[in-house]
Design a protein around this ligand. Sequence first.
Ligand code: NAD
Length: 361
Amino acid sequence: MSHDVVLIPGDGIGPEITRAMRRVVDATGVSISWHVAEAGAAQIERAGTPLPPETLEAVRTYGVAIKGPVTTPVGTGFRSVNVALRQAFDLYACVRPCRSLPGDGSRYRDVDLVIVRENTEDLYAGIEFEAGAPEVDELAGIVERSGQRAICPGSAISIKPISAEGSRRIVTYAFEYARRAGRRKVTAVHKANIMKATDGLFLRVAREVAAAYPDIAFEDKIVDACCMGLVQDPQQFDVLVLPNLYGDIVSDLCAGLTGGLGMAPGANIGDELAVFEATHGSAPDIAGKDIANPTAEILSAALMLEHLGETEAAGRVRAAVVSVLSEGAQVTADVRRAQTGAAAGAVGTAAFADAVIAHLG
Ligand code: NAD
């Protein structure tokens, strides 16, 4: 059986790592019809938008996509293509497994946890007002009339919506995932001591949902304490469920526990569609040099193969990556540097993919 998959190469290191990933997936023998679709700054001139309608249409048609990272301008310019995709298709669950790999160069061993990040709400909703916008005055008026502390003139405002429905579906997803994956504990991460309305609602709903899963342990942790716990003793965690912004930050922290951003795969899942992508960004500092680590993208493809029902091929991809890393002779510069302090003897992106293909069995 052949699978239709939309491939969005993205920009920065995206084209290099997605090329490597595609070669590995094709070498498994699983038949995939790749539908290449574009996104990113380069599309603005051609299509007037960084996320052209034909790309959205392709994802809608085929239901499964894998993408490379896309650069988002900081402070000004267009909004994140990644966030737009997640919102357009209601890909509400971002699932990021963080597992120690042999030879990953990390200070930690035996880390095995899964981040389940809410993907559509919170400060990522994109509801923002620049300093000086008339809406800021209106909002300041509402705040003043409510008797809360006045907003300083000249402020910009970002709004943090968190709904009961959004919280319920992400926490339910986390518990269902834990049950399916044979995991024992879910930790809800929040800052409800300070943001009593928004994070307080998330926590209340999390406790309600937890009550329906007596077979899985539940705890909650304040996000700052959780970060310290992750650094001191990551093995205490199993599945973490977080609102959008904390999920973003804690994902990178956990990537750091397991060999760095080049190693951290991810999936954005909705009820109808799924988009797979590495946790990292477009790494403009190393783009076009054939030095990026494609492991995260290749492991994201393994998650995609599992989603497509190709579990045997997914297992072979993972095993091949583990073999190459444990042999240690052919690793990319980020891993070599983490292992030895220098990049000497590292291989490039394409050569790493060749090594994985040679180990597919
Ligand atoms: P980044 O993840 O691109 O890079 C952070 C650091 O990690 C850099 O030093 C980079 O060289 C390194 N790195 C990242 N991926 C690597 C890999 N595969 N191999 C080796 N080293 C790797 O984060 P950033 O620099 O903050 O962001 C760059 C751009 O990417 C920004 O425009 C940001 O908005 C965007 N971004 C996109 C996505 C996405 O498309 N899903 C996610 C995060 C950031």
